[in-house]
Design a binder for this molecule. Sequence first.
Ligand code: RB5
Length: 153
Amino acid sequence: MPKEKLAAGADHAGFRLKEYVRHYLGEQGYQVEDCGAFSEEPSDYPDYAEKVARRVASGEAAWGVLICGTGLGVAIAANKVPGIRAATCDNTLLARFAREHNQANILAMGGRIVDRATARKILDTWISTGFAGGRHARRVEKIAALELKEKSS
Ligand code: RB5
């Protein structure tokens, strides 16, 4: 069975790790849309965060990966798009809880923070962890309700 479609993006500081991650996910059978950047030329992380976030919010991508220097800027920007729950994870415990408790749909990582082996482990955990539901579903629904409140205020 073909695997889910994903979207990946990074600025210059995350470019190399993004290339590695795309390759790693591709090897596992995922179809990963590359939303740029396409080089290490200085670029602005909100541009790639927006592209990946829109793919995920529209359902074109099941989930996404965003990488900047720290993983912070891309997550802050992506979280401005309704429906996005981007989580910066620099270890497997954060990846597990981001999925299990927060039903995160974008994994953000820092190209200057995590090395390739760590990124691989984080991805493996992210992929193999499902949403726990129950009380966590109620909380995630409250996040969606907050977005609606903001829209109508
Ligand atoms: C770029 O130098 C750096 O600020 C950016 O990649 C990111 O870490 C921002 O949060």
